[in-house]
Design a protein around this ligand. Structure first.
Ligand code: MTE
Ligand code: MO
Length: 256
């Protein structure tokens, strides 16, 4: 595919690709879904390797569904009603005292109340959740794009992973946690979700805030998130494999 292109056309292509990725980051569903860009590239017949790579990463957005596809009740799995003392206290008060802490390798560590998160630009997406146990469920998620939150605290160059610390100890054993690399963390569909199907996130599904990493299997999507920590390595968390289920043999990379 490496045909010689004249500089004018190359500049045009570069601008077109930048425009499409900017629209994508802004959460523009229409454009991210349309085939207009691809047709444009086909027509010019000058798809450079660079443009191809950008298109490939655009296409690795998880599929989004229509409201008709939403399951009447979103199935819950794993912890569905945390009994942990701190969580019970926060839940009893409607999460008014709950705060999300973001710290670790960031310039400006801080915490956010639920109202502060709700006041930020929101993204809503209808996606399919796939659990390794062999079931899937389609739901509509609303939340803050994780990359927007990370921009507020300023990620330091040494950060390589984001660790999500949860409020629950699954089956009364170790505290649930998970981790993503920076590419998944900055993905435009990676959300810290506080809404499901147009309502507040139910406790069964991770209230008040849970991770949605739509290109990953269900166990990556930490529920009851209390703290987001930027780290260089996750070797010193749990048993060192990057997540509650990873510590029990599941793959850390759970891409689908
Ligand atoms: N904190 C926490 N997060 C969790 C779990 C859990 O037990 N605790 N279970 C995981 C698994 S295996 C799945 S499939 C999904 C289930 O999400 P749901 O209850 O909304 O269906 O949450 C994931 N995140
Ligand atoms: Mo799961």
């Amino acid at each position: 595919m490496n045909r010689p292109t004249n500089p004018g056309r190359r500049r045009f292509l570069a601008r077109a690709v930048l425009a499409s990725s900017a629209a994508l980051l802004a959460g523009c569903d229409q454009l991210s879904r349309s085939d207009a860009m691809r047709q444009l590239f086909d027509a010019t017949g000058a798809l450079t390797q660079r443009a191809q790579r950008l298109l490939a990463s655009r296409e690795s957005l998880a599929r989004e569904y229509t409201p008709d596809d939403i399951a009447p009740t979103f199935r819950a799995n794993g912890t569905t009603n945390p009994q942990d003392e701190t969580y019970r206290r926060l839940a009893a008060n409607g999460f008014r005292d709950w705060r999300l802490t973001i710290d670790g390798l960031v310039e400006r560590p801080r915490s956010f109340s639920l109202d502060e998160l709700r006041a930020m630009p929101a993204r809503t997406q209808i996606t399919r959740h796939d659990c390794v146990e062999g079931w899937s469920c389609i739901g509509q998620w609303t939340g803050v794009v994780l990359s927007d939150l990370l921009a507020q605290v300023g990620v330091r160059d040494e950060a390589r992973f984001v660790v999500f610390h949860c409020a629950d100890s699954y089956r009364g054993t170790d505290r649930y946690y998970e981790s993503l690399d920076m590419l998944e963390a900055y993905h435009p569909q990676t959300l810290m979700a506080y809404g499901l199907n147009g309502s507040d996130l139910p406790i069964a599904n991770g209230a008040p805030l849970r991770l949605r990493a739509e290109r990953q299997l269900g166990y990556k999507m930490a529920k009851y998130v209390m703290r987001v920590e930027l780290v260089e390595s996750f070797a010193h968390f749990g048993r060192g494999r990057g997540g509650y289920w990873e510590d029990r043999g599941y793959q850390w990379w759970a891409g689908i």
